[in-house]
Write a protein that binds this ligand. Structure first.
Ligand code: ZN
Length: 287
């Protein structure tokens, strides 16, 4: 079963590659930071998992950012996986009121006239964005749709969450299986296209653990995974310097301003003096 809070990359001798991730603590942290009810929390957790498993090229530090236009009251959901071990994310409307989570309702809130933008980058690749219009499906089905269209490799994705009695996420894991160019297509169909989901957390024959054991997978890489933000005062400075001059001026009306990071909720208080200094520096061409 996926090890708690970790990402693992496997390859089988039959040419099937599997990346699996467990982001349980990170998904719970996202739920706490954004105060999400169960439906929004599950969707957010699954999208964090999706970005983690899409960053398959761990040797070249592949990063993945998802901009998921849900077409539902949640608005757009943003999620990043970076450095092979960190995730972060937020929905535009964490406060929206949705029904309690149930698997059959998930697709109503992730893909009603939805669109998914995926940015991928690594040491070898400049960032590039691809987009797909989503047909109705849950998070895993939408990710399968994206990867089959963009990579043109045979892929299979499953993502599952478990909630405790209070509607808090207790587990959040998923995997992607991809057929390599020389891989065994028949075996891939047999393992992943039965129409039945694998048991992600069990140990039995029809579990992911059972499959990894039986088919002789080699572990290529493994890392701990956690929720981490990249915000800093420097980044806030850069984005404020990008504002039109009249908007910058209006920020100087108050003694200080408060900027809240969407991803982690951290509050930055910036005094008028500091703002003046930043804007002055820019005018002087020192930035
Ligand atoms: Zn932050």
């Amino acid at each position: 079963m996926p090890v708690l809070n970790s990402i693992e990359h496997y390859l089988s001798t039959d040419g099937i590659r599997i990346t699996l991730a467990d982001v349980s603590d990170a998904a719970r942290e996202a739920q706490d930071i954004h105060q999400l009810q169960s439906m929004a929390a599950v969707i957010m957790g699954k999208i964090l998992t999706a970005s983690a498993i899409l960053a398959m090229d761990f040797k070249n530090h592949e990063g993945v950012s998802l901009k998921w236009v849900t077409g539902s009251p949640l608005g757009t959901i943003h999620s990043d996986a970076y450095e092979g071990r960190y995730v972060r994310g937020f929905p535009d409307h964490p406060e929206c009121s949705l029904p309690d989570y149930s698997p059959d309702k998930e697709s109503d809130f992730v893909s009603c006239s939805g669109k998914l933008f995926v940015t991928r980058y690594s040491l070898l690749k400049q960032p590039y964005v691809s987009a797909v219009n989503l047909s109705k499906g849950d998070v895993a089905e939408c990710i399968s749709e994206y990867i089959n269209a963009s990579d043109q490799t045979l892929s299979h994705v499953e993502i599952e969450t478990k909630l405790d009695k209070t509607g808090h996420i207790s587990r959040c894991s998923g995997f992607i299986a991809q057929l390599m160019p020389e891989g065994n297509k028949e075996l891939f169909h047999k393992l992943f296209e039965t129409g039945e989901k694998l048991d992600l957390w069990g140990e039995g024959d029809h579990s992911l653990t059972g499959l990894l054991r039986k088919e002789d997978y080699i572990l290529l890489g493994k890392a701990d995974i956690s929720y981490r933000c990249t915000c800093s005062e420097d980044r806030i400075k850069n984005s404020l310097l990008g504002l039109p001059v009249d908007e910058q001026q209006s920020l100087l009306d108050d003694e200080k301003i408060e900027v809240v990071c969407h991803y982690c909720g951290k509050k930055y208080h910036i005094s008028r003096e500091t703002l003046k200094k930043w804007f002055q520096e820019k005018k002087g061409g020192n930035v």
